[in-house]
Design a protein around this ligand. Sequence first.
Ligand code: COA
Length: 143
Amino acid sequence: MPEISSDGPGPLGPLQLPDGRQLVLRVMPMPADANGNGDIFGGWIMAQVDLAGAVLPARIAKGRIATVAVNQFVFKQPVSIGDLLSFYAKVERVGRTSVTVNVEVYAERNPANLYVVKVTEANLTYVAIDREGKPRPIPAAAA
Ligand SMILES: CC(C)(COP(=O)(O)OP(=O)(O)OC[C@H]1O[C@@H](n2cnc3c(N)ncnc32)[C@H](O)[C@@H]1OP(=O)(O)O)[C@@H](O)C(=O)NCCC(=O)NCCS
């Protein structure tokens, strides 16, 4: 994806980037999400990535989905209280019953001299499930 910087698609960037990546979530961590040093807990970020990652698969599956796997998760930079986090997602694969997405997380920080850094990247797979919680086929139009 193109680099996001303060003079690029940064602060209130587009909902869809040229490479098909979409803005699916923006959130600012609160003090309750941080440890004593002011760094945000990895588990909090993982929960947000799971929520963000589910947005496109839920649209494609047109119904209930469940996270079946977190295939990769990299914390590239720490996240701090006051960072504005933007989650960009891209569909990597649509299978028979599953959708795999790549999620990149960017932190917008230091409003006095704004800059944006990539903090996290992950790959997650979601499965379309029926009322009994069993895998169901992805609707044909999406596959
Ligand atoms: C998701 C769930 C319904 C899948 O049931 P299952 O019987 O294991 O399903 P299958 O083995 O038929 O696999 C279903 C799809 O998931 C994919 N899949 C399964 N395990 C995977 C893994 N480790 N990594 C990537 N994809 C995986 C399969 O490739 C298949 O995709 P495809 O049909 O597109 O090829 C079941 O595992 C479940 O309920 N898990 C708990 C989900 C949950 O509660 N998540 C929240 C976190 S606790």
